[in-house]
Design a protein around this ligand. Sequence first.
Ligand code: NAP
Length: 322
Amino acid sequence: MKAIVQDVYGSPEVLRLTEIDMPAVGEGDVLVAVHAAAVHPGDAFILAGVPYVARPAFGLRRPRVGVRGYDLAGRVETVGSNVQRFQPGDEVFGWTTTGSLAEYVCVPQDNLAPKPANITVEQAGAVTVSAMPALHALRDAAKVQPGHKVLIVGASGGVGTFAVQIAKSLGAEVTGVCSTRNVDLVRSIGADHVIDYTREDFTRSGRSYDAILDNVEAQPLSAVRRALAPGGTLVLNSGRGSRWIGPLGRWAKAGVRSLFTRQTLRPLLQRENQQDLVVLKELIEDGAVTPVIDRTYPLSDAAQALAYVGAGHARGKAVVTV
Ligand SMILES: NC(=O)c1ccc[n+]([C@@H]2O[C@H](COP(=O)([O-])OP(=O)(O)OC[C@H]3O[C@@H](n4cnc5c(N)ncnc54)[C@H](OP(=O)(O)O)[C@@H]3O)[C@@H](O)[C@H]2O)c1
């Protein structure tokens, strides 16, 4: 089968489209013909092998998993003997840790849910990696309640476009922070207020929020805290940072400061699970959440998709179609 493979760490040029063996299907596995696989900043980090502190997990000298891509949507080809929930022909979406930029992936059945009926396969392939952290940040970490004032920084990006919609579905009054070119987009997905960060600094506006989801972390922690209500929660969700330790320095600082304030300052540590995949499917089918697709690329241009997302200016999701 065809796949996008990386033998060494580096820039998107190290990616090559090549033939690899079909994966073996275990008893609890589902073989999926991939139709769409979104890429996200995390794929770009593994491509480059940064931060170095993550190399024991990524692979010390070269990536442990050669095929990039995490999100997926497609059709079930075959199932293992212990799989009851899916059968050949089912349309599914979910995630894989073995690389989705390929014609086929083999995943445990718990990594999948039926594709939401009302969206395209490209949209379905763009959900898990970005919508699930948005859900976990707002529902679980910040415990957003109806009437809460919620600020989403990086509201126009892969995570942010889901976060704005999920915060609205939780009944919050939502403010999105984005650049001028994305103001209309962020308003169109339901934000009650939009702050254009090229014109206004949200940390100096005098307004305060019960919850802030910061997907960018361009502002110092001390400044962001000025915009957080006493007793409010700041969720740090940028994977960007130094080449050596990534965001760990900021996370440590937030942990220490949290000990001396009523505000909760915490990083978001992601764990995908099937139960929340179903929650997302229902939010999508109810019309509360619609994935925003920025661009699509054929599999042969996956390196361009990675370069685009790695630059940090996506408007919603970049999706590779297979
Ligand atoms: N915890 C997890 O498991 C998890 C999962 C997925 C992603 N993440 C992390 O979450 C972060 C965001 O991911 P993403 O997929 O949303 O990234 P993305 O798609 O690259 O989006 C970034 C967005 O931020 C906007 N932006 C840039 N500078 C900004 C600023 N100063 N203020 C406000 N907005 C700004 C960009 O728009 P303009 O260029 O127009 O400004 C862009 O739309 C990444 O660092 C990623 O590593 C974490």
